[in-house]
Design a protein around this ligand. Structure first.
Ligand SMILES: [Zn+2]
Length: 199
């Protein structure tokens, strides 16, 4: 699934998990952080540009879904994030939840263009080679299933934003988030949602 879908889905979980802005950000971050192991893509593209040779995606394929998509990374990264939280144990638990939700969504829908281009979850990496999970029915990263799930998550996140007065934009800027939620509430009011406060 795309990083944007992971981000908004994780914020949605965080929005019901805690009332603290800082803790929501940490739980959201835990749901996106596994894809940091895709840094090899930047190296590959840069290498292609500077060498003038075709881009090989060598480092991307070597490290992506290996370094950050297993239980060792889950324990270390979620532990680190929880260290910054106001409710550490609660946030640690929810960070593990959004982290593993990310892995589950990748298992479902992160296939490449061809049917055999399955992308497994190497859950023991980088410490152990096993277990390795894959699903034969895995759908394409850009498949309609991912788009549908993204649509549902996005609408759910907007609805939650209108209800709570906070949206996923808060992860970047509280001020921009206030303006965003204000617009959403006005639209909600204009559409006739009686419980929506336009203020
Ligand atoms: Zn991922």
């Amino acid at each position: 699934m795309s990083p944007v879908a992971h981000f908004i889905g994780s914020w949605l979980v965080a929005s019901v998990a805690t009332k603290t802005s800082r803790d929501r950000k940490l739980i959201t971050l835990a749901g996106v952080i596994p894809d940091v192991d895709g840094f090899g893509l930047v190296v590959d593209v840069a290498k292609g540009i500077f060498s003038g040779e075709p881009t090989t995606y060598h480092y991307y394929q070597k490290f992506h879904h290996v370094l950050g998509h297993g239980w060792p990374a889950a324990l270390v990264l979620c532990g680190l994030l929880a260290g910054f939280a106001t409710q550490r144990f609660r946030v640690f638990g929810f960070c593990l939840l959004t982290f593993h939700l990310h892995l589950f969504c990748d298992l479902l829908g992160s296939r490449g263009p061809s049917p055999g281009d399955l992308w497994p979850i190497c859950y023991g990496e980088p410490l152990f080679r096993h277990p390795v999970w894959f699903w034969k029915g895995q759908w394409r990263l850009d498949g309609w299933q991912n788009l549908t799930i993204f649509g549902v998550i996005f609408v759910g996140a907007l609805w939650q934003a209108v209800r709570q007065g906070k949206s996923f934009v808060e992860v970047f800027s509280r001020k921009v988030d206030e303006a965003f939620v204000c617009v959403l509430r006005k639209w909600g009011h204009a559409l006739g949602f009686s419980r929506v406060n336009p203020g």
